[in-house]
Design a protein. Structure first.
Length: 200
């Protein structure tokens, strides 16, 4: 069952993210840092975030934004002091400093246009994989984008993440750029959305 993320999902979502996407830049700053993000995904009007529940428990989560600039501005306004504290602790570690130094490589524009709508994180608990959960969560996010009149949506994945790449390409996402980020090759994919219609 899909439902919007709730405030009580936040600690679980952050722990699952830290466990399943341990190499992501944000995970390097720890679970409390991630909690700030998921908290903002749960409350921001520019966020789209759903949980997949089985037997009353969350097992998968997807988070996206329809306006990355406003989302990040709101995140900093609401959680800036906490984020700065967690970041300061993280930055004591050379590995963190190394990752942060690569943040400027993360694409902000494509074809002269700022990236606004972006799917950011998705995690499915290992015991629930291979049943189409990720696909259904992505479809739900795309339907919400379409209902908001979003013209196109972006997502960045590690090029070697064959699972998620296969799902996205089946949904007609197309790779528009490849770049090195966090010491790995990444792909930026884009999907043009039909205005005013749900998908899936
Ligand atoms: C990637 C991830 C979200 C996929 O979740 P999932 O619910 O198992 O995905 P689905 O069941 O919807 O998979 C749909 C398709 O992808 C395929 N797939 C899933 N994992 C795969 C893998 N590792 N290699 C190749 N194909 C894979 C499935 O076989 C299925 O294809 P099919 O219908 O043609 O058989 C999940 O593996 C995960 O949480 N990984 C760790 C976090 C992560 O990498 N997130 C993405 C970062 S952008």
């Amino acid at each position: 069952m899909i439902r919007p993320i709730r405030p009580d999902d936040i600690p679980w979502a952050a722990r699952q993210h830290a466990a399943l996407m341990a190499n992501s830049v944000f995970a390097a700053f720890g679970v409390r840092f991630l909690e700030c993000f998921y908290s903002h995904f749960a409350r921001s009007k520019t966020a789209i975030a759903y949980v997949w529940e089985e037997n009353g428990l969350p097992v998968a989560v997807i988070s996206a934004t329809s306006d990355r600039t406003r989302f990040l501005r709101g995140l900093v306004l609401r959680h800036g002091i906490s984020l700065a504290c967690y970041a300061a602790v993280g930055l004591l570690r050379p590995a963190c400093r190394h990752l942060v130094g690569q943040l400027r490589r993360y694409p902000g524009h494509v074809d002269g246009e700022r990236i606004e709508a972006e799917m950011i994180f998705i995690t499915v608990a290992p015991e629930c994989r291979g049943k189409g959960v990720a696909e259904k969560l992505i479809e739900a996010v795309l339907a919400e984008y379409a209902s908001r009149g979003t013209p196109r949506v972006y997502v960045t994945i590690e090029s070697e993440n064959a699972g998620v790449k296969r799902i996205l390409e089946r949904m007609q996402f197309q790779v528009v750029r490849s770049f090195l980020f966090a010491d790995k090759q990444n792909d930026l994919l884009r999907l043009e959305l039909p205005a005013g219609e749900g998908i899936g």
